[in-house]
Design a protein around this ligand. Structure first.
Ligand SMILES: [Zn+2]
Length: 61
């Protein structure tokens, strides 16, 4: 089966108007203020959420 009519440049552009990629969202760590990915552990201080944090060992390099 083939499409009944050729898709116009306008229709093609309207469809692709929603295809743009968005940048990575960043959230602030409420513990130390550094930026971190949402729903991820803070790489700076190890904070996950209230009452849960991971001990991060400092690497001096
Ligand atoms: Zn933090």
């Amino acid at each position: 089966m083939l499409p009944i009519a050729k898709t116009s440049k306008s229709k093609k552009a309207m469809r692709r108007a929603h295809h743009a990629l968005r940048g990575v969202q960043v959230a602030r760590c409420p513990n130390c203020g550094r930026s971190r990915l949402p729903h991820r552990m803070c790489g700076n201080c190890g904070y996950v959420n209230r009452g849960l944090s991971v001990v991060v060992h400092e690497t001096t390099e």
